[in-house]
Design a protein around this ligand. Structure first.
Ligand code: ACM
Ligand code: ZN
Length: 586
């Protein structure tokens, strides 16, 4: 069995990627051939569908051919091939089990609806190392997302090495536990939920003090960018400024206004050397990320210090600006000019519309504000849709959350300039997400819904069909060891429903219901929410563990009692749990 590539220099990378995907589970390493007849062929060429990223997968009794009009399309074709293979293909080890590695004979012809299909991870609040990032990139590739937005800096941490300013990472890459860390640890203790445990390998002890964090060296950044590129994913770095800049100003206080109030300490826009600092940081960033799009952040800038700062006020006067909002735009425009001089295109959060938008920046729309949306579109700027009401994956979840993501349409009827919608992105803000387990829990299976939004026209989307497709993917997620969210149990003994709060703070309490025994009894009839999920319960008030009694068939409760029910994934990890107190009818 062999893999062939047509005469396109980039295809060797894709072939290696496919070889590496197929080898761990099958134990077979496909040789790669540049000529002759092969069992699998990867071929970049013009297709009838000229949408960039369009691909075709043809499986016949004789061979598999993946054709696409660009590299990313080839990766999408490989992802479809993976999804057609038995789910055991996603194991990263061989297993003593007979698997028939077959694929049905099909022709799949597909093209993405949007060119920008993104996922953002905040690594500033909690650090994730390069290996953890690669795992996330793998999943993005499998589910055909092609932009990884890496939120590398924020008030709580600075994660990217900048050689000219070493204190950014040496000091601000690490911290003593803050309130968020304490919150997560308490949550882990209280509910016994390991997803909230701070990741041990990101702790270090110096002189008896425990520091938490980490950062990427420039070499590591290059490694991740190269890895992503092999998976057809562009990496968009974000160095958030002028606000969300406390990690920098804590170690280089000269970059903020003198006498700054630290609760709001953006870069001093009146200080030329502070602007120089920002440009120097970006010079190093540009050199590490070949992608043209670079994100400057510019969200939620507290402007109080600018009001009281003589340098900032002088800048406003000298530049003929109206107010601090225009000063913010002046800062962004100044930086954008610098970006353009280095061949880069600027993306900013939708606050960059506030004091006047440049012609060339792309707006990442998160606030849900009609005003900024209309301003952007009437100004003719490209826009990436990531509204917090739909696509903030760190927000609370209930059993409607995946459907809610699925139903999002990035192009509402009212929009005139549909061509300006570059695509969609979901964001994973890190405040309450200290581990990859928690990243999984918050993003899976919602990532599949996001992909559907990014690929498929609303007219052909159907939730009932798609929800069964999600169920079909669950065994695959199990093979990959993904800690996906198991839907909450639904039954007539579970009355209270989890409210969706559009806030990232995790719910404090598990749900608890009081149920009357009718004529002295009540039937407990439960259904596992996904294939492979086990239900276990206790009657002694403790949270169920993998050793607790398994629920197998319906049973009848005949005496006042307390039950605690929980779901367990096939790998033995617990999903949500809830309590029912059965009481005698009055
Ligand atoms: C944001 O959520 N502050 C972009
Ligand atoms: Zn200032």
């Amino acid at each position: 069995m062999t893999i062939g590539i047509s005469n396109h220099p980039s295809l060797m990378n894709a072939a290696h990627y496919l070889v590496e995907k197929l080898e761990p589970a099958t134990g077979y390493r496909f040789p790669i051939r540049k000529k002759g007849k092969t069992d699998i062929l990867l071929d970049i060429k013009a297709l009838p569908d000229t949408t960039p990223g369009a691909y075709q997968l043809r499986v016949t009794a004789k061979r598999v051919v993946i054709t696409a009009n660009n590299y990313n399309g080839i990766i999408s074709g490989i992802s479809t091939l993976r999804q057609l293979l038995p789910e055991q293909i996603e194991r990263n080890y061989t297993f003593n089990e007979e698997v028939e590695w077959t694929v049905p004979c099909v022709t799949v012809t597909d093209a993405p609806r949007f060119q920008y299909r993104g996922l953002m991870l905040d690594v500033a609040r909690h650090y994730f190392d390069k290996e953890e990032i690669k795992v996330l990139l793998d999943r993005m590739a499998l589910y055909k997302l092609n932009k990884f937005h890496w939120h590398l800096t924020d008030n709580e941490g600075w994660r990217i090495e900048i050689k000219r300013y070493p204190k950014l990472t040496q000091e601000s890459g690490w911290r003593l536990f803050n309130g968020l860390d304490q919150y997560c640890e308490n949550k882990a203790q209280g509910d016994g939920n390991h997803e909230f445990n701070l990741t041990k390998k990101h702790l270090k002890t110096i002189d008896g003090k425990v520091y938490y964090g980490g950062f990427y060296t420039q070499e590591e950044i290059k490694e991740v960018v190269a890895y992503a590129s092999k998976l057809g994913i562009d990496v968009i770095p974000e160095i958030d400024m002028p606000g969300h800049f406390n990690a920098a100003s804590a170690v280089y206080p000269e970059v903020i206004c003198p006498k700054a109030n630290m609760s709001s300490s953006p870069v001093c826009a009146g200080n030329d050397s502070a602007i120089e600092f920002c440009k120097n940081v970006y010079s190093e960033v540009f050199a590490l990320f070949p992608n043209q799009d670079v994100h400057i952040g510019a969200d939620e800038v507290g402007k109080e210090n600018w009001k009281d700062c003589p340098s900032c006020q002088k800048r406003i006067k000298d530049e003929g600006l109206k107010d601090e909002k225009e000063l913010q735009s002046w800062f962004v425009h100044t930086m954008e000019k610098f970006f353009r001089e280095h061949g880069k295109r600027l993306i900013g959060w939708d606050e960059i519309t506030e004091g006047g938008l440049s012609n060339t920046s792309t707006v990442m729309w998160w606030t849900g504000s009609e005003e900024t949306l209309n301003k952007t579109l009437s100004h003719g700027n490209k826009i990436i849709m990531t509204p917090n009401q739909w696509l903030y994956f760190d927000h609370g979840q209930n059993n409607s959350s995946a459907k809610h993501v699925f139903e999002y349409d990035p192009i509402p009827e009212s929009i005139q300039r549909k061509d300006l919608i570059a695509g969609v992105q979901a964001n994973i803000w890190g405040e309450y997400i200290p581990s990859m387990l928690r990243v999984d829990y918050m993003s899976m299976p919602k990532m599949l819904c996001l992909s559907e939004v990014a690929w498929v026209l609303p007219t052909v989307k159907n939730w009932d069909t798609f929800s069964t497709q999600i169920e079909d993917q669950i065994p695959r997620l199990d093979m990959m060891g993904i800690n996906y969210r198991v839907p909450e149990l639904e039954s007539d003994i579970f009355i209270s429903k989890r409210k969706v709060v559009y806030l990232n703070v995790p719910p404090q309490e598990w749900l608890c219901d009081t149920i009357m025994l009718e004529h002295g009894k009540r039937v407990v009839d439960l259904k596992a929410p996904y294939p492979g999920i086990q239900i276990r319960y206790t009657t002694d008030g403790t949270i169920p563990t993998i050793q607790s009694t398994t629920y197998a068939t319906p049973f009848t409760v005949t005496a006042p009692s307390e039950y605690m029910f929980a779901t367990f994934r096939p790998n033995g990890t617990r999903g949500e749990f809830r309590k029912v107190v059965f009481v005698q009818e009055k």
